[in-house]
Design a protein around this ligand. Sequence first.
Ligand SMILES: [Zn+2]
Length: 199
Amino acid sequence: MAQTIPITGILVVTTPQDVASSVASKAIGMFDKLNVPMLGVVENMSYFECSKCNEKHYIFGKGGAEKISKKHNMPFLGSIPLNSGIMEGSDLGKPVMITHPDSPSAEAFTAAAKNVAAQCSIQYYKMKEEAEAETKWDGLSLEEKKEQLSKHPILYEDLQHTTPEWENKTWAELEQHSQAEIMHHLFGINQYQPTPTTS
Ligand SMILES: [Zn+2]
């Protein structure tokens, strides 16, 4: 699917257990190889909201998804609690956002959705910048490419080692080197560095 449909990014949803974390880690590794951008990690079934004692019970352990997000340097976008309302609602085909809009579960969904939307927006601008850089570079003549590169001796030196005959390469081929570095040097574009969010 990753190869045929344009994707904004992958959202990793996992549960706190170590088993689930390692499955998620493998999936992340796979999408990484396919060069699919990763939006972040959401943890489902993070804890049970107990109506008897009003405490959070961490039934499946704690911190599995956060561990993944740190390991893969991805933003952590939210924790969704276990809640009997979610189960009742699912049986009726009604999401908790509708049946209990003011519940902590609904709030958790809203917070996670906001973070996901923010990451989509970041991803969109990143893709736009990349497309612009690509158009600029591929539109230059060979002479112009050489001239552009000569202004950046460090990058030039670097490309000589990593990408011989760089001047004949397309942007897509240069991408294999280090797109962020090239974009920064040639066009002064600073790629957005997403900061992990925990809200
Ligand atoms: Zn309890």
